[in-house]
Design a binder for this molecule. Structure first.
Ligand code: ZN
Length: 196
């Protein structure tokens, strides 16, 4: 089943979601919700989807980065982003810690802000403590693009959207990005768009 994706302007995207109770996690309702979120993320397509994005005020997100999504990317583009395939998994009730002081800047988009993207600085490395879909505790240490996805999705669970963290002057349509900026470096784009 596919679920409609909520767009910015709805309160659910701006609230702290509630933690799932241990006995809820393996319930039929939550298992079905996870399956529906997985299908919705695939169809979108996206590399992550948080429950508030389908209108549910729950600390739950699904993540998966497939080779297909980057098949047109060069080795250099993938290496710069430290982007690798990530198998499907579920994060529940996460606690995120940013590690180190290294930040990286890349364009980011969101299924709840159709057709827009912007340059967003993010910590290069994070540690996430959470539960998986079986309710088992997990510790995820991630860097590069995976760390970015985790920060983006966990932000959603606490009412934050990437536009709260972006360089506002770099917000653009996907069409304009492809037409005007695809071959430019992040530093060059920031400079030309007047980011101080
Ligand atoms: Zn998003």
């Amino acid at each position: 089943m596919l679920l409609p994706i909520v767009q910015v302007g709805e309160t659910v995207l701006r609230q702290k979601a509630r933690a799932l109770r241990p006995n809820e996690i393996r319930s039929k309702e939550i298992r079905e919700l996870i399956a529906a979120m997985k299908a919705t993320m695939h169809t979108a397509p996206g590399v992550g989807l948080a429950a508030p994005q389908i209108g549910r005020n729950l600390q739950l997100a699904v993540i998966e980065d497939l080779p297909d999504y980057t098949k047109d990317w060069s080795k250099e583009q993938l290496a710069a982003r430290e982007r690798e395939v990530i198998p499907f998994h579920v994060i529940i009730n996460p606690k995120i810690t940013l590690i180190g002081d290294k930040h990286v800047e890349f364009f980011e988009g969101c299924l709840s802000l159709n057709n827009l993207m912007a340059i967003v600085p993010r910590a290069r490395k994070v540690k996430v403590e959470c539960l998986n879909e079986k309710g088992q505790p997990q510790v995820i240490e991630a860097s590069g693009w995976y760390a970015r996805i985790l920060q983006h999705e966990i932000d959603h669970l606490f009412g934050t959207v990437y536009i709260d963290r972006m360089y506002p002057r770099t917000l653009m349509t996907v069409e304009n990005y492809k037409e005007l900026w695809l071959d430019h470096s992040v530093a060059e784009i920031k400079k030309k768009l007047g980011v101080e």
